[in-house]
Design a protein around this ligand. Structure first.
Ligand code: HAM
Length: 425
């Protein structure tokens, strides 16, 4: 038997109702903040990710699904392509390619699958889904303002609360600008020199190529060493410090709680200034429900104009997991099971089902070959509230037996009153 590939999975009903519930709430909340949807391709040129996310990151160095394309045109032969591991790079590419700055400040969001060859475990998949949102535009449109950072964070708090997820924790940091990071990286290099020999092979390499990435290390033995390294907070210049202060001030005035975590550097290289994660207690080891931050130099590094930006990606798989306990009400079962009784009744039953569905009822339809007992069993299995019997006598009389499956109460209802009667309770 062929099974789904390791790290991928089928999303089955009734869970898919939760996914739709989440996505409907997301679209609703994002609309109130004037975000609009963008859909970018699922694969891109590999260079897009190595130049933005960064060569030394775990994502680019170990986790991407990359292949050499067999393209037909000579120019395509041997082109290196990659399944998108995240959405920001593709959105910024599209921003540049379509000169989206002509439309002013752009607030864009995208929902879809991402791919990373990680070791699968609870909450970690190789095909997973992100709900990604970005604010990007020229600084003249205010895209570098701390007001944007705070707006994005407040929107996230609103969304999570709206979904009934209250047990979240916002961790906030500033990773400074390129200058701050150059000084920080130098300080890290110095601090690592005497100790790096005791660290894992990855850290030994990172210490030379991109010392900041040492903070991504998960090896338990390395943690006491990492704990003693300098923190980026000690290297912020005055404008970065003021920006970070301003973000915090606005968050306080809108009542969004946060905790400063000066170890938070995020696993992607494009971040500048504000970086954040929302964690959720119930998720276990993979407790980051979403992450994001500012990326003021990203557009330039991809050959575009200066376009400061900030955004985030929610791990939709994890969001749905943290929602499960509270989401019983989302799963809509059939309101009524329409049971044709006897030969020639399928047509009448279909007509009735059609009328009821036009009243926004969820209707499950049986078959005339079913005996009454089998219809009742099928209605119960489907979780229907009512069963409606459609036999020759009922059709002639224009009134139908409607039975509440929970209370066993049965009433005769005239055709015209059926929808109203079913909706009532
Ligand atoms: P990220 O932290 O790599 O950021 O991913 C964001 C979220 O995606 C994580 O917090 C997690 O919930 C989810 N996620 C990541 N990998 C997996 C996985 N293997 N299985 C399940 N869920 C996963 C980014 O991707 C940035 N592009 C976010 C961003 C947007 N920054 C600015 N704009």
């Amino acid at each position: 038997m062929i099974k789904a590939v390791r790290g991928t999975r089928d999303l089955l009903p009734p869970d898919t109702a939760l996914w739709n519930f989440v996505e409907a709430a997301v679209r609703d909340v994002f609309r109130a903040y004037n975000f609009q949807e963008i859909r970018t391709p699922i694969f891109e040129e590999t260079a897009l990710f190595s130049r933005s996310v960064g060569e030394e990151t775990d994502i680019v160095s170990k986790e991407m699904y990359t292949w050499e394309d067999r393209g037909r045109a000579a120019s395509e032969k041997g082109q290196s392509l990659t399944l998108r591991p995240e959405a920001t790079a593709g959105i910024v590419r599209a921003y540049i390619e379509h000169k989206l700055w002509d439309r002013g400040l752009n607030k864009l969001y995208c929902i879809g699958p991402m791919f990373r060859r990680e070791r699968p475990q609870k909450g970690r998949y190789r095909q997973f889904y992100q709900i990604d949102a970005e604010i990007i535009g020229p600084a003249s449109a205010g895209s570098d303002s701390p007001a944007r950072d705070a707006e994005v964070l407040e929107m996230l708090a609103t969304l999570l609360n709206r979904l009934g997820i209250t047990d979240w924790n916002l961790e906030l940091n500033s990773v400074g600008c390129a200058n701050d990071r150059a000084r920080f990286n130098e300080a890290l290099r110095q601090a690592l020199k005497p100790v790096v020999g005791k660290m894992c092979a990855d850290c030994q390499r990172r210490a030379v190529t991109n010392p900041l990435r040492v903070f991504d290390c998960k090896v338990p033995e390395d943690q006491p060493i990492i704990e003693k390294l300098p923190r980026i907070s000690q290297f912020l210049d005055e404008p970065c410090r003021a920006h970070f202060e301003a973000v915090q001030e606005i968050l306080k005035s809108v009542g969004v709680e946060f905790q400063i975590n000066d170890r938070l550097v995020r696993g992607l290289d494009y971040y500048t200034r504000t970086a954040f994660e929302f964690t959720h207690g119930a998720l276990g080891a993979q407790n980051a429900i979403l992450g994001g931050g500012r990326y003021d130099g990203l557009s330039e590094s991809l050959g575009g104009p200066a376009a400061p930006g900030i955004g985030f990606a929610i791990g939709e798989d994890r969001l749905v997991m943290s929602l499960k306990e509270t989401a019983e009400g989302v799963l809509r079962k059939p309101d009524v099971y329409v049971a044709p009784l006897g030969a020639g009744m399928n047509g009448e039953a279909a007509r009735l089902a059609r009328e009821l569905r036009q009243h926004d009822l969820v209707v499950e339809l049986g078959d005339e070959t079913f005996r009454l007992k089998k219809s009742f069993e099928a209605a119960t299995k489907a979780g229907a509230k009512y069963i409606l019997i459609v036999g020759e006598n009922e059709v002639k009389a224009g009134a139908f037996a409607l039975k509440n499956l929970a209370t066993a109460e049965q009433v005769q209802v005239a055709r015209g009153d059926l929808a109203h009667r079913i909706q009532e309770k």
